[in-house]
Design a protein around this ligand. Structure first.
Ligand code: ATP
Ligand code: MG
Length: 437
């Protein structure tokens, strides 16, 4: 680079379209949600897993199905420049969790309840509630075939809405039956859509013989009438599939959890069978699904594992947080405990061990730092202390330090006058000033 170009002010580099920075104070809300979810997962005996963000492309092609929106148009796929491997930024994480479970024989000693949190990537048109990097929290119960676990994961999400104070989240459920039932339904579907070929868009025509179930998931408003009149999979269910759905419903009823059976609910991936469900709200415009999931009894086998049933869901973090905002639920960071006012730069080696001791004792402490001209003046430091929102200012003046004391000033209650306290037992009396300790 020539000197001239290096001196020119650089052009700004901005984030990739549809990918967001999550910054304070919003990040506090994210952290709070994550904490609540961790606590919830613990109570339902779900264990955390963290899988790579990049996976072999074949995992999603095989797992989600070739003729799906995600695989056909939404994946960030690329060839590794160094070894040519076909890779994809994960668009979802059920396939990844199943891959990891199979690879590490996690089901060897019996079924496992697992959960994850993290970013997912889909090349979609960015809009409210729809981003190219977004975040999901997901729960996967691997190795469980009984309807009670379908109900359990639904109840877990339901409890989360309750604990977050979210209102207006409706549960819709359906059954996609088993492969043989899907086969007879598929034939009926093709016949129906063939008879209404003129109402199909290009994508639907192309998918009709490849994956007719996908047509039911179309968001094209013009196709809704022909979708409405299509044969319903629920009418093709045999006794066992019906009994499974009924058992899930019975458990939900026993918990007084409201739901509607939506025979049009199909989900966007091919791996589902039997129970599928979505939690939907009207408060977020057309991006109304906050959490979605279902049973996927054949995915583990498809990814190379020993056949084992499974059920799970994923929630969209951005949509849940948007709904929290709509519901006027506020989550704020706990206040700062202490702001340390430090008049003399020379005293830093003497002051900082006291601040460290307070942090060891569990308090949050913000320290005044130096600028190019040393420590800012007292007036500026007090202004900053006030703006910090801290409960107390501790003033480490040179004279006080010499006398082995520090001045304490309440920033919340101007009626309380400043006083001197001893430094030797600072980690004992400062926590005593705080309401939360
Ligand atoms: P949609 O029908 O809205 O496209 P989907 O069926 O593709 O959703 P899933 O793959 O089931 O969504 O993902 C589960 C959840 O993740 C969704 O219910 C939603 O809350 C969230 N989600 C999916 N795609 C996005 C996205 N592009 N941006 C933000 N959140 C998303
Ligand atoms: Mg989608």
């Amino acid at each position: 680079m020539s000197e001239k170009t290096s001196l020119r002010k650089a052009d700004k580099i901005v984030a990739v379209k549809g990918m967001n920075d999550i910054l304070p104070p919003d990040s506090v809300v994210w952290e709070t949600l994550e904490e609540r979810v961790r606590n919830l997962m613990r109570r339902f005996a779900f264990e955390n897993v963290r899988t790579p963000i990049v996976e072999p492309t074949a995992l999603f092609v095989r797992g989600l199905g070739e003729v799906t929106d995600i695989v056909e148009k939404e994946m960030y796929s690329f060839d590794d420049r160094l070894n040519g491997e076909a890779l994809t930024l994960r668009p979802e994480n059920t396939a990844g969790v199943v891959r990891a479970a199979v690879e590490h024989a996690l089901l060897y000693n019996g079924p496992r309840r697992l959960y994850y949190m993290g970013p997912m990537f889909r090349h979609e048109r960015p809009q409210r509630g729809r981003y190219r990097q977004f975040h999901q929290i997901g729960a996967e119960a691997l190795g469980f075939g009984g309807p009670e676990v379908d109900a359990e994961v639904i109840l877990m999400a339901h409890l989360l809405w309750q604990e977050l104070g979210l209102r207006g989240v409706e549960l819709q459920i359906n059954s996609l039956g088993q492969p043989d039932e899907r086969k007879s339904h598929r034939a009926a579907l093709i016949e129906h859509f063939e008879a209404h070929r003129q109402s199909l868009d290009e994508e639907a025509k192309r998918r009709l013989h490849l994956n007719p179930l996908r047509l039911l998931d179309s968001k094209n408003p013009a196709m809704q009438p022909v979708i409405e009149t299509a044969p319903r999979l629920i009418d093709f269910l045999g006794d066992a599939s019906q009994a499974h759905l009924q058992a899930v419903k019975d458990i939900l009823d026993a918990h007084q959890v409201a739901y509607t059976v939506n025979p049009r609910l199909v989900r966007g991936m091919d791996y589902y069978n039997l129970t599928v469900f979505e939690f939907v709200t009207h408060k977020l415009g057309s991006q109304g699904t906050v959490c979605a999931g279902g049973r996927y009894d054949y995915l583990i086998e498809q990814i190379g594992g020993k056949p084992a049933p499974a059920v799970g869901w994923a929630l969209g973090v951005e949509r849940v947080l948007e709904l929290l905002k709509e519901s006027q639920v506020s989550m704020t960071a706990p206040a700062l405990d202490v702001f340390a006012v430090i008049p003399d730069i020379e005293s830093l080696p003497q002051v900082m061990p006291h601040l460290q001791a307070l942090r060891v004792a569990g308090l949050s402490v913000q320290m005044q730092a130096s600028g190019p001209e040393g420590m800012p003046g007292m007036k500026a430091q007090f202004k900053r202390a006030d703006a910090s929102g801290a409960r107390y200012a501790l003033i480490f003046g040179a004279d006080e330090l010499k006398a082995g004391v520090v001045a304490v000033k309440s920033l919340r209650d101007p009626g309380i006058s400043q006083e001197s306290r001893t430094l030797t037992d600072i980690a004992h009396w400062v926590p005593g000033l705080m309401p939360h300790v």
